[in-house]
Design a protein around this ligand. Structure first.
Ligand SMILES: C[S@@+](CC[C@H](N)C(=O)[O-])C[C@H]1O[C@@H](n2cnc3c(N)ncnc32)[C@H](O)[C@@H]1O
Length: 245
């Protein structure tokens, strides 16, 4: 039987085929010397999700940009006209907003159907965006290529023992001082559906602090649906993290 994720969406219960390792929180070990990718079974599950369900019917889809991303742009926290990368961009709503706001925008997602949708939506609006199918744990970008990063709901899907690898890979493509807008479903969400890992603030810090400084964090009791969330603004460290004293 395929593992399923039960999600409550607008009062309806929706079932999605998701990786069993995601559901169980099972760890996946990789050699430390290579850039580990997401396990193939989990990649396949994301592909199937988008191939079998129209993106507009997925519970996380929104046709409007995520409020924390909008705020980061409107307050000038993400520096306009700079190159930004949307990690796990899905059908591209946040990337479309960033490109429309004048950023040189790239987006990456594992699911070809998500990227096809994102490209079609960009073309429809006359926006030029570098959308790519790929793994955020093995980014097809040069070191220091981005001055801004956006991650709405990708980090919390990463297996627990790949979180540190996720941070170092993102840090690799971020230039010193690059700004990173991050949002994830909070540990405090107690619903039996949705992402199983739900990093606490401490776990997020353990994942990212080596390469990034947490400049601002916010707890939000609800997003578009039933989940509590954390939102954070991070900055790529220009120097190594000071040793603990
Ligand atoms: C909860 S959805 C959020 C999508 C989008 N950011 C949004 O807010 O609509 C998580 C997305 O991350 C993508 N994803 C998960 N792991 C990934 C990885 N390792 N590399 C690239 N994309 C990934 C999934 O395909 C999915 O589109």
């Amino acid at each position: 039987m395929l593992p399923v994720l039960r999600v409550l969406f607008h009062g309806r219960c929706v079932l999605f085929d998701v990786p069993s390792t995601v559901l169980s929180g099972e760890s996946v070990s990789r050699p430390a010397h290579s850039r580990p990718g997401l396990p193939p079974s989990q990649q396949a599950a994301w592909r199937r999700t988008y191939a079998s369900t129209h993106y507009r019917k997925l519970p996380w889809f929104s046709s409007t940009p995520y409020p924390w991303v909008r705020q980061a742009v409107e307050e000038g926290w993400l520096r306009r006209a700079s190159p930004v990368l949307d990690l796990g961009c899905g059908a591209g709503t946040n990337a479309l907003f960033l490109a429309h706001s004048g950023f040189r925008t790239s987006g990456i997602d594992l699911a070809p159907a998500a990227i096809e949708a994102a490209k079609a939506r960009a073309a429809h609006r006359g926006l030029s965006i570098d959308f790519r199918v790929g793994d955020a744990l093995r980014l097809p970008f040069r070191p220091g290529e981005f001055a801004g990063l956006v991650d709405v709901g990708c980090f919390h899907t990463i297996p627990i023992d790949l979180r540190r690898a996720y941070s170092s890979e993102i840090a690799r493509v971020a230039r010193p001082g690059a700004r990173y807008v991050l949002a994830w479903v909070a540990r405090e969400s107690s619903q039996p559906f949705g992402p199983p890992h739900r990093p606490s603030l401490e776990e997020a810090a353990a994942a990212f602090e080596e390469e990034f400084l947490f400049l601002r964090t916010q707890f939000s009791p609800a997003r578009r649906g039933p989940f509590a969330e954390y939102r954070a603004l991070l900055e790529r460290r220009a120097r190594p993290r000071p040793a603990p004293r």
